[in-house]
Design a binder for this molecule. Structure first.
Ligand code: PEP
Ligand code: MG
Length: 324
């Protein structure tokens, strides 16, 4: 099995009916880069940037951040890297961040909300990313966007960062800009956002948590983490259809992308690219090469007609058994 997977490791894969599916990596450290290259990632669909803030006892400086982003830009010269701005808060708290104890941290001051409440900190991160973009392979993605106002505020700080660099005679270009779709308001109202961005990535871990109102860290309600639920699948399908009307690519970077059955459904629903932990990339690539996109589309259509999580799970399970 292992050897079978390693054959496709370095290839851009296509399904049997010739649809190319980019298989990207989720990374967060420099070591992760080597791993993602080793396992044959077609690019980085999600660079988590929390680590540089969590490793130390104080905010990293612009230079420290710059160095890290530049190393990544250099290692991946010919490939694209989506840099997600700070996604702190929720379960990821830090003493020096001044986030007061909240009753519901996942509904509180996290991710883009935190960055917007500390614009100077946010600008530092954005300047570091913009400066590091020598090979013009970096994109910027904002996490947890839930309203248009947040997106506009974030963009305005990005423009400030660009102007401040220009004043220092540092020429930068505006990188492609995207948002995570992981809050139901944004998922449902996606068409209002599409005019103002270049790409989107669905964060299914949070989207499922917020859609079914079930804390992703609480075992008591983990039965509500329902990645096969047709209500979720319909929502994803609507996001994809609207985005494609605007010519915008949709990837998924939550855990669903790394689970073969769920990945099959996602591609069947029209998702353009999948981003996942590097070590599952060879297997996912291998399996997509054995399938027809047309089969996955009809599988997803059948799934949308069903009622429950378990019904869809069993449908995909049957499909997979026939395939293997
Ligand atoms: C997600 O929510 O699916 C996601 C990829 O972001 P994180 O898991 O880092 O919150
Ligand atoms: Mg998330």
């Amino acid at each position: 099995e292992k050897e079978k997977f390693s054959v496709v490791k370095d290839l851009k894969i296509v399904t049997k009916d010739h649809k190319h599916i980019p298989i990207l990596a989720n990374i967060g450290t420099l070591e992760d880069i080597d791993e993602s290259i080793h396992f044959g990632a077609d690019g980085i669909g999600l660079l988590r940037t929390e680590n540089q803030y969590m490793e130390q006892n104080d905010f990293p400086t612009e230079d420290e951040l710059f160095e890290f982003y530049q190393k990544i830009s250099e290692r991946y010269q010919d490939k694209k890297i989506v840099v997600r701005t700070l996604d702190i808060g929720g379960d990821k708290n830090l003493s020096y961040l001044n986030i007061r104890k909240e009753a519901n941290p996942f509904l509180g001051n996290r991710a883009i909300r935190y960055s917007l409440s500390y614009p100077a900190l946010f600008k530092t991160q954005l300047r570091a990313i913009l400066k590091a973009n020598k090979h013009q392979n970096l994109s910027i993605m904002f996490p947890m966007i839930s309203t248009i106002d947040e997106l506009r505020q974030a963009k305005s700080i990005l423009h400030d960062a660009i102007s401040s660099l220009k004043e220092e005679f540092i020429e930068v270009i505006m990188p492609p800009l995207g948002i995570m779709v992981e809050v139901p308001s944004t998922a449902i109202g996606i068409e209002k956002f599409l005019k103002e961005i270049d790409f989107i990535s669905i964060g299914t871990n949070d989207l499922i948590q917020y859609l079914f109102a079930a804390d992703r860290m609480n075992d008591k309600v983990s039965y509500l983490y329902q990645p096969y639920n047709p209500i979720l699948l319909k929502l994803i399908k609507d996001i994809v259809d609207k985005a494609h009307e605007f010519g915008i690519m949709v990837s998924v970077c939550g855990e669903m992308a790394a689970n073969l059955k769920q990945a099959f459904l996602l591609i069947g629903l029209g998702i353009d690219a999948l981003s996942m932990h590097s070590n599952v990339i060879p297997e996912i690539k291998y399996q997509f090469q054995q399938t027809y996109l047309s089969d996955l589309k009809s599988l997803a259509n059948q799934a949308l007609q069903l009622e429950t999580n378990i019904e869809v799970h069993d449908l995909v399970d049957e499909y997979l058994k026939k395939l293997l």
